[in-house]
Ligand binder design. Structure first.
Ligand code: HEC
Length: 79
């Protein structure tokens, strides 16, 4: 599993490490897999994610999306 390569930006816990890096924890699995395929093909353009996704196989993408989707989060609505 390749989540170590993502952790520097998205955290091993799926929480973004900089304000411009999205949280992935608990994100919808199908959505994430689709976005990773878009970055890989260049249909979704972003300098960092286009490079990162270049080396991912379909299996890697499905595994990574499943991993981040499986992180349990709780939500609290703003008061
Ligand atoms: C160098 C930092 C960096 C690394 C490493 C990185 N990402 Fe990202 N990732 C980003 C940034 C920044 C964005 C927001 C890009 C955009 O605006 O489209 C992003 C966006 C995403 C998104 C889309 C989120 C959404 O809400 O649409 C997914 C999914 C994702 N990354 C997964 C991964 C996975 C899986 C890995 C490891 C294989 C990874 N990223 C590695 C910085 C990184």
């Amino acid at each position: 599993m390749k989540a170590k390569a993502c952790a520097v930006c998205h955290g091993i816990d799926g929480l973004g490490k900089r304000p411009d890096m999205p949280n992935l924890a608990g994100q919808n699995e199908l959505y994430m897999a689709e976005q990773l395929r878009r970055y890989r093909s260049g249909r979704r353009a972003h300098p960092e994610m286009n490079v990162v996704s270049e080396g991912l196989s379909d299996q890697d993408i499905d595994d990574l999306a499943r991993y981040y989707a499986a992180i349990k989060i709780t939500v609290e609505l703003p008061k």
